[in-house]
Write a protein that binds this ligand. Structure first.
Ligand code: FE
Length: 206
């Protein structure tokens, strides 16, 4: 069985936002899918490590803004590589509008948004799967959507040759965000401190 087969699934990318008790938060996901029509329903799967997951479980509402090819790496760093438990991800970020759901719409680097009301939550262990009815949606621009492959090829900064390790140890680099870990062995249970991806998403670079 080749686990890399999963990389051949094509995914879009989304800023998933929620509002709870007056607080806004958001994270990046790649798992928005339309699953039914009449009425339109979508599913989203969210890692339980994401604070946004807890806010959606409590508020039952969210907005998924569809990331487009003009998105910057800054957008991914802001919403993907830090936790809303530690920082206000919307500090200094004004490219938003409030959706009827209460969850913010991202206006920059996106080409549309879909707001949903959660009708079912399914526990999948690492992730929660939410099924939602679409409550509002609109197109924001004509720029094509960014796929996960497009992100890796065009938005993520090209990796630099690693600086020689001062300690002579091996450098392991996160393929998702570029974080570098120094050590002879990467612990099997290592989680990237920036983007929360597991050790399987790291590669040896020297
Ligand atoms: Fe990472």
């Amino acid at each position: 069985m080749n686990p890399n087969t999963l990389f051949n699934i094509s995914y879009g990318l989304y800023v998933l936002t929620a509002n709870l008790d007056g607080k806004d938060n958001g994270c990046i996901i790649n798992t928005v899918t339309q699953v039914a029509i009449d009425p339109n329903q979508i599913s989203i799967a969210v890692n339980k490590k994401n604070h946004t997951r807890d806010m959606i479980a409590a508020s039952k509402k969210f907005t998924a803004s569809i990331i487009s090819q003009d998105a910057t790496f800054e957008l991914f760093k802001r919403f993907g590589f830090q936790s809303g438990r530690d920082v206000d991800k919307f500090a200094g970020f004004t490219a938003t509008q409030r959706a009827a759901s209460g969850a913010l719409i991202i206006n920059e680097g996106t080409n549309g948004y879909i707001s949903g009301y959660v009708t079912q939550e399914i526990d999948l262990g690492t992730h929660s799967l939410f099924i939602a009815s679409v409550t509002d949606m609109d197109i924001l621009s004509s720029t094509p959507s960014a796929t996960y492959t497009y992100y890796h090829q065009n938005i993520k900064p090209k990796p630099q040759a690693p600086a020689p390790s001062k300690t002579g140890k091996t450098i392991w680099r996160c393929k998702i965000c570029g974080y570098e870990y120094e050590g002879d062995e990467l612990p099997a249970d290592f989680i990237c401190p920036l983007c929360k991806h597991p050790a399987s998403d790291f590669e040896k670079v020297n």
